[in-house]
Write a protein that binds this ligand. Sequence first.
Ligand code: SAM
Length: 282
Amino acid sequence: MTVSLLGAADIRRLAAELDVTPTKKLGQNFVVDANTVRKIVQAADVRPSERVVEIGPGLGSLTLAILETGASVTAVEIDHRLAARLPQTALDRGVPEGALTVVDADAMRVTTLPGEPTVLVANLPYNVSVPVLLHFLETFPYLERGVVMVQAEVAERLAAKPGSKIYGTPSVKAAWYGPWKLSGTVSRQVFWPVPNVDSLLVGFHRDPQPRGSEEERRRTFAIVDAAFNQRRKMLRQALSGIFGSSAEASAVLESAGVAPTARGEDLTVDDYHRIALVAPVA
Ligand code: SAM
């Protein structure tokens, strides 16, 4: 099977044919460079028999590079014009019938994925990158690993460790599911239109065993939100609202083995989980 990837001229021709002017609202910055999409697929180490999900396939640059490996793809696209055109683009460029399934939907709202894909590969729309990643990790337990391209600052936050300035709610929530690692830089020049931010690749591997139940996750995330809502404050103060008072927050923190004088940015996801486990249920 030979799949022919899209170049800059193909992308512009397809956009003109569909009368698509890329919009900021949908984070539409299309990759126009075949080396870049191949680099993303290599970073994800996609194997021929694997089932991949792509969020926001757009005109299909990255989709074709994934399909080129022999993997099958489920692609979720919110823009109806792009979703409607993609199957034909795939057939025109040498993709065998049946290898691509397009879901015409808002990725934030999908609750099932055809084929139960195990790998996520995407050039994510910047405005929803973190919520959509967390939604997918939460909703699709069969997703084992992935590599996504996001705004550099967001990638750094996702992979950040406690104690750093950029460590925040996305870092802790992402870590709930497993380890994250930065895996490469991408030049602004490979996009059309050229964005005014830098991009990075970041990858994750889901832990083989879930860290805790859905209820534990929900409670842990509520504590994380409260802790970072007032990140300059000591935890006994930042968590006084959800535990009733600063004295009660101190008691919970102490029984979880966490210093009440610590700040939200000092704690690992394990620390937050322990707090949720000892906290009284409302
Ligand atoms: N994958 C293509 C590429 O690399 O050239 C396009 C990437 S572009 C950064 C983001 C894509 O996500 C666009 O096609 C946009 O229409 C789509 N998109 C934006 N919000 C979305 C959402 N909530 N659900 C699904 N797709 C979305």
